[in-house]
Design a binder for this molecule. Structure first.
Ligand SMILES: Cc1cc2nc3c(=O)[nH]c(=O)nc-3n(C[C@H](O)[C@H](O)[C@H](O)COP(=O)(O)O)c2cc1C
Length: 192
């Protein structure tokens, strides 16, 4: 017979992100963050390739990234609102972790499986932070997909990409619930 863990199940059935713009200090200290990263790294990874890594972005690093956005937004011809939103994402944050998808050369494990694993790390990090009592939010935004920005701002190699910026902090407002998927509409049960 299965041995249920009702506390864990209840967490998974009720968990929800806290919008980054509602997060504030205090943020997890280094020990608390290390625990969250340890839980996040405990993620399925076909072939044990560890095709991901973390970049912890403290306040000065987030301010530096915010400072890189306007010139890059202008070079890409983005409108002011898009650029300003990206500036705010970094400038208003107190702590974020960039989860970096870093696929390894492999004849056996397809690259896409390695990228899926990086996405799974993002969710594991989000859930670990929430379970530890912090507010957390998985964000991307155009800078995360811009080669020039991630190379210059985060030092990413050409084969690497940002799977997500995980913003962490203290929640200031309870988030509204959002509609959840209709399981019957997205599930096919096949018996034969
Ligand atoms: C890969 C990925 C990127 C996202 N990027 C953004 C973003 O840039 N801005 C945003 O407002 N939400 C973004 N979201 C959605 C937020 O994470 C949102 O808070 C989340 O869908 C709420 O889910 P939950 O309530 O189940 O935790 C992104 C989600 C994913 C999976």
């Amino acid at each position: 017979m299965p041995i249920p863990n009702p506390t864990a199940l209840d967490f998974l059935l009720t968990r929800r992100s806290r919008p980054a713009k509602t997060l504030t200090a205090p943020v997890p200290d280094d020990d608390a963050l290390r625990l969250i990263l340890t839980a996040a790294a405990r993620t399925p990874d076909h072939g044990k390739l560890e095709p991901w890594r973390f970049i912890v972005l403290r306040k000065p690093a987030l301010e530096r990234l915010a400072g890189l956005v306007p010139a890059r937004g202008a070079a890409l011809g983005l409108d002011d609102e898009k650029t300003a939103k990206a500036v705010r994402q970094f400038a208003d944050a107190d702590l974020a972790v960039a989860v970096i998808s870093a696929p390894k050369p492999s004849d056996k494990i397809p690259q896409i499986e390695q990228v899926y694993s990086a996405g799974a790390v993002c969710l594991a990090l989000l859930n670990a932070a929430l379970a530890a009592g912090w507010g957390a939010n998985w964000l991307s935004g155009w800078p995360s997909h811009d080669r020039d920005f991630v190379a210059r701002g985060l030092g990413l190699d050409a084969h690497e990409s940002v799977a997500g910026f995980l913003h962490l902090g203290t929640e200031t407002a309870a988030p509204p619930e959002r509609p959840r998927p209709d399981i019957d509409a997205i599930t096919t049960w096949i018996d034969a």
